[in-house]
Design a protein around this ligand. Sequence first.
Ligand code: GLC
Length: 531
Amino acid sequence: MNETFRWWQRGIIYQIYPRSFMDRNGDGIGDLPGIISKLGYLQWLGIDAIWISPIFPSPMADFGYDVADYTDIHPLFGTLADFERLVAEAHRRQLTVILDYVPNHTSDQHPWFSESRSSRDNPKRHWYIWRDAAPGGGPPNNWISVFGGSAWEWDAATRQYYYHAYLKEQPDLNWRHPAVQTAMLDVLRFWLDRGVDGFRIDALRQLIKDDRFRDNPPNPAYRADQGPYHTLLPLYTTDRPEVLDMVARMRHLVDQYDARLLIGELYLPIDRLVTYYGVGGSGVHLPFNFHLILVPWQARQIAALIETYEAALPAEAWPNWVLGNHDQHRLTSRVGLAQARVAAMLLLTLRGTPTLYYGDEIGMRDVAIPPELVQDPWEKNVPGLGLGRDPERTPMQWDSRPNASFTTGIPWLPLAADYPVVNVAVQHDDPTSMLTLYRRLIELRREAPALAVGSYAPIEASGDLLAYIRSHADQRWLVALNLGPQPQRFDARRVEIQGRIVLSTHLDRAGEVVRQTITLRGDEGIIITLG
Ligand code: GLC
């Protein structure tokens, strides 16, 4: 394959939620030795990079996204030595390792915050965002926490409020303070020196807040089922211009190392999202594009999204697509099992780096969590709206044995009831399973440069039909997807089509010759090699 492309341009990223992947010490929570024991599986699957959600010491108020020490490993997950073994073993298998970097906030148990809250004249006071009460009393302004309630927490001892974009146990760092920048860049250096290949930067759009602390305006489009955070437009709390200056500093540091990757978690409209590539490549390499998760599952809408995104990309910017993560309901629960196969084909044939979420490759579904077993603080704070994220974080389903062999103990979240039939072992050698489909798609993407790095040309988007061509050198591949349950006939009028089916989502039509008219069964997608 063309060597001018970087590993993260050709490659496929696989997200591991470490608490739920594989438990080796029987405490019901996944760990690093568990991940190491499954590297063979990941290599067999064919992915290139693993991104691991936070594994650092943490009181777990937000399951690791509240970091109490950025340069160590939580004993639940293992030790620094385990981590070093993980990196070495992964690299031996040609897999890269991406860590989660959580710069926006620390845990309230982080020593920096303990110092900061100890007195108003502590040297670390301004490492966090402290404000006086409003003139008449109460919080300094109307800013709301993502997880519900005021984003300001009163500290009785020092008689000021501190700001937290998420939980009150996650105070926001003050990135305007040079010492904070230095300390947090040192964190990157610590892991880069240990061979980490890249970072997914958490909550990046929130990194800088308005320096005048202006009230956020009301959201005219608010619907009650969105939760309280959406009552306001986060104009002064997210996507501030200075965020890019901070990203440039991170990028500058990372560029001093060989071939490392920065990904930004950025829930933003496309026109704003693409600004995070930065001027002249000074931003993140991949601003995570979540729009396939958010778009209505209709051919025209998806085609329009792809076109808008492709058109908005700055020169030299490399696209990326995401279908699931630990904050979003499972793909299979969003679009249904049949369409989840079509979605997999879409994700793995689009131009740009795909990111997979663990378990999607076997069609894991959201698991309904009974109230007494709810773990996610969001669900606890804002119950009943379906905002909770436990359903998509349940243990990986490895086989049909007790607890799917995820743990010998009591799993921290319940397993899906259907794990005896929906699991890796059952699907491993089944020629028509979801897992086999993922593996074939990944293999094809690896074999065919056109699918990995080729150009994208839309062909058709009408009714339930979505079709496009990927080309590279003299190779052309047609992808035709049926986004509905009814059979479709596609008469390609504008392009000449002659070729051979290489893959169907049903895994049963390879080799079939196609001329001009393509028939698709309900919920079927096919990949055709042209010419
Ligand atoms: C990001 C994470 C999410 C976490 C939040 C606060 O959105 O993906 O899981 O709760 O940041 O760190």
